[in-house]
Write a protein that binds this ligand. Sequence first.
Ligand SMILES: [Zn+2]
Length: 400
Amino acid sequence: MQRVTGKGCHGQFPFPQMTDMAPSTDADRSVNADRKPIRNNHGTMKKKPLIATAAGVALLATALVSRAENPYYDPTRPHHRPDGFTNTDGKRIDKSPAQLWRWIRENLGSGLPKPPQTHVQGYNGFEVLKPDTAWLTDNREQVSFTWLGHASILLQSGGLNILLDPILSQRASPVQWAGPKRKVPPPLTMEQLPPIDAVLISHNHYDHMDADTLLGIAQRFPSAQFIVPLGNERWFQRQGITQVKGLDWWESVTIGTTSFHCLPARHWSVRNFADRNENLWSGWAVVNDAHRFFFAGDTGYSDDFKAIGERLGPFDLTALPVGAYAPRWFMQDQHIGPEEAVRIHRELKARQSIGVHWGTFELSLESLDEPIGAVRHAAEKAGLADNEFRMIRHGETIRY
Ligand SMILES: [Zn+2]
């Protein structure tokens, strides 16, 4: 493979809210969903209020830790700060203690999320297709998109096999004994992946940047190039993954005939108590003469998408997050819902979009299957054509 050419350019801690501000663990979810307490790894009974309180204390503690200096700080770039990064509008996604306690209280009392019961029956109701791994391994010509669950995507474009935010682990967490547990199995194993050329990461939350999966990929595919938003390359280097490139917003690298553009999103980052917003978050465009693809990562609604649509659109295909949106008062500034996803689809000038970031990990209060109906409703309401905004099955491959 050709070397990357381009321009431009911590550790971990066991707390579940680092998977996108859901201050609850798998234990909480089991209590919520099944009304059965579960045992933690010490064999003692965990109680939800204790967990929620601990998560709340942890969140508050992050605000008290002194800030590191941002070694990338460039005062001419509006999203740079001396201590890290911010969104395009200059605002950070910080919750006040009152908001955090309201969230914890609502979470405790709601009994939500409920197991899927509208579009699929129970967690086992999700159909998980086995990707045609022989075809994927042979294919270097055709553009294809395979959904691996949550925000994990295998994209084949420009003769390259590209993974976006891959997670094959059982939990989206720094540890595999606590934290949000996968409700639907991954459609394939590490061994079944075709040879990977590039891995794109949108941000360092545990449901998007999974250590076990990334280390496995680096080991199995030593020539894979990791491309990450600015600052995150330090984590990879600490893991011994040296083939990594950190990019700032609007910077790009090229592999072969395909360019990878790091693009703004409205979100935030945290990996441990002390690194809040020290590493950048982003979306990605993957562009070559045959195909233009966009992946939003995690994002709230912002004017960024109009700008991206104008500068890099139209897109043949976009993957937009459509899950982990409830309750809106808490999630809105960091996670779009289906209606905003449809609006962004239009602003990006996308020919087709596929909804991702749903149906796999319970990170918020809507049921895992709710986005299926909500996306259909939002697309109809906006007058989109059939299949213009699609929801596909776990493991399903769309060939273009
Ligand atoms: Zn996130």
